[in-house]
Design a protein around this ligand. Structure first.
Ligand code: NAX
Length: 326
C-alpha cells in the first residue's frame, strides 16, 4: 500500500469544505489507491461544528482515510503537509469596506504563510481559495521566505470551468470538447475570460460565435456568475468551488492534458507585461508538478485592455496590504 499523503484544509467547518472533504476522503484528488491523512484547521468558535463534520467523515468509513487531525493552530495543521487547501477566510460583515475585508484576511494569510514556512513539507502545494484569493496568496507566499513562490497558487479554476461550460453550451458540445480556454487576472468581477485562443472540437471558438455574444453575454455571465448563484441559492457557490479546488490541485499534481492548458493564478514574472509580484491568473501547463505560463500567445488591443483592468485591481489590492508583504 502507498504511504499516506498529508492534506490540510482550512475553514474545514465551512460550506465549501463540506463538499471538499468528502471528495478528498473518497480519493478524488490523487486516485483511489492513495491513502490520505486529513489535517483540519478551524478557528476556535468553529471547532464544535467541525466535530460534527469529523463524525460524518468517520461514518463514511472511507477506506483511504487513515487519520483525521483537528486543530485551531496553523502550526499543528500544516505540520509536514504535502497539499494545503486554504479555504477559510473572513466573509464581509455588515458595514465592512472592501479595504477592511482585505486587511482582516491579509492578517489570516500572513499567519498561515508563516506557519507553512515553518512546518510544511518543502514540496507543499498551497492552493488559496479564500477571498480575495489572489492577494491572499501573495501575502501567504511573501510570508514564507523558505518556500518558493512556486509552492503557491490561487484558485481561478472555478472561473475557468464556468467559461468552458458557457462556451460549450453555446456551441452545442460538451465542456470536454473545449480546449485552450483562458481566464486572466483576478478572481473577481474584473477577471477576463478570453476565448481568442480557445478551440471547440478543433475549430477556433471565435469563428463559431458572434462577437456581440462574446463581449456582451459570455464575458459578463462568467464574471458575475458568483453573484448570480448567491441571488438564486441565498448562499455562495460551494460544491462547484470544491470541485474546482480539487481540479486545480489535481492538475498541479498530475499535469495538464497534451495540447491543452488551464488557468491558474501564480506569481507574475512580468509575463505578458503584467507587473511582476502580482498573483495573476494565466494560462499554464503543468508537467511533473512544475507550472509554466504558456508563452507567446498573441494579445490584441481588446484583450490587452481587459488584462490591464484586472491588473489595476490587483495592484490596488496589493497596495492596501503592503505592510504585510515581506
Ligand atoms: P464559509 O463562511 O461557509 O466557511 C469559511 C470557514 O472558514 C468558516 O467555518 C470559518 O470559521 C473558517 N475560518 C475563518 N477564518 C479562519 C482561519 N483564520 N483559519 C481557519 N478557518 C477559518 O465560507 P465558504 O462558502 O466555505 O467559502 C470560503 C471562502 O472561499 C470564502 O472566502 C469565499 O469567498 C471563497 N470562495 C472562493 C472562490 C474562488 O473561486 N476562489 C469561489 C467560492 C468562494 O466564494
Amino acid at each position: 500500500m502507498k504511504t499516506p499523503v498529508h492534506i490540510a484544509v482550512t475553514g474545514a467547518a465551512g460550506q465549501i469544505s463540506y463538499s471538499l472533504l468528502f471528495r478528498l476522503a473518497a480519493g478524488a484528488l490523487l486516485g483511489y489507491d492513495q491513502p490520505i491523512v486529513l489535517h483540519l484547521l478551524e478557528i476556535t468558535p468553529g471547532m464544535s461544528a467541525l466535530q460534527g463534520v469529523v463524525m460524518e467523515l468517520k461514518d463514511c468509513a472511507f477506506p483511504l482515510l487513515h487519520r483525521i487531525e483537528v486543530t485551531d493552530d496553523p502550526k499543528v495543521a500544516f505540520k509536514n503537509v504535502d497539499y494545503a487547501f486554504l479555504v477559510g477566510a473572513r466573509p464581509r460583515g455588515p458595514g465592512m469596506e472592501r479595504k477592511d475585508l482585505l486587511e482582516v484576511n491579509a492578517e489570516i494569510f500572513a499567519v498561515q504563510g508563516k506557519a507553512l514556512n515553518d512546518v510544511a513539507s518543502r514540496k507543499v502545494k498551497v492552493l488559496v481559495t479564500g477571498n480575495p484569493a489572489n492577494t491572499n496568496a501573495l501575502i501567504a507566499l511573501s510570508n514564507a521566505p523558505d518556500l518558493k513562490p512556486e509552492n503557491f497558487s490561487a484558485m481561478t479554476r472555478l472561473d475557468h470551468n464556468r467559461a468552458l461550460s458557457q462556451l460549450a453550451e453555446k456551441c452545442g458540445v460538451l465542456p470536454v470538447d473545449v480546449k485552450n480556454m483562458t481566464v486572466w487576472g483576478n478572481h473577481s468581477t474584473t477577471q477576463y475570460p478570453d476565448i481568442h485562443h480557445a478551440k471547440v472540437k478543433g475549430q477556433d471558438a471565435l469563428s463559431l460565435v458572434d462577437n456581440d455574444w462574446y463581449v456582451n453575454e459570455f464575458i459578463p455571465v462568467v464574471q458575475q456568475r458568483g453573484a448570480e448563484i448567491i441571488k438564486a441559492r441565498g448562499q455562495s457557490s460551494a460544491a462547484s468551488a470544491a470541485n474546482a479546488a480539487i481540479g486545480q490541485m489535481k492538475t498541479w499534481a498530475l499535469g495538464t492534458e497534451p495540447g491543452d492548458w488551464v488557468s491558474m493564478a501564480v506569481l507574475s514574472d512580468g509575463h505578458y507585461g503584467i507587473e511582476s509580484g502580482l498573483v495573476y491568473s494565466f494560462p499554464v501547463t503543468v508537467v511533473d508538478g512544475e507550472v509554466n505560463v504558456v508563452r507567446g500567445l498573441e494579445i490584441n488591443d481588446f484583450s490587452r485592455q481587459r488584462m490591464r483592468i484586472t491588473e489595476a485591481e490587483l495592484k490596488e489590492e496589493r497596495d492596501a496590504v503592503k505592510h504585510l508583504l515581506r
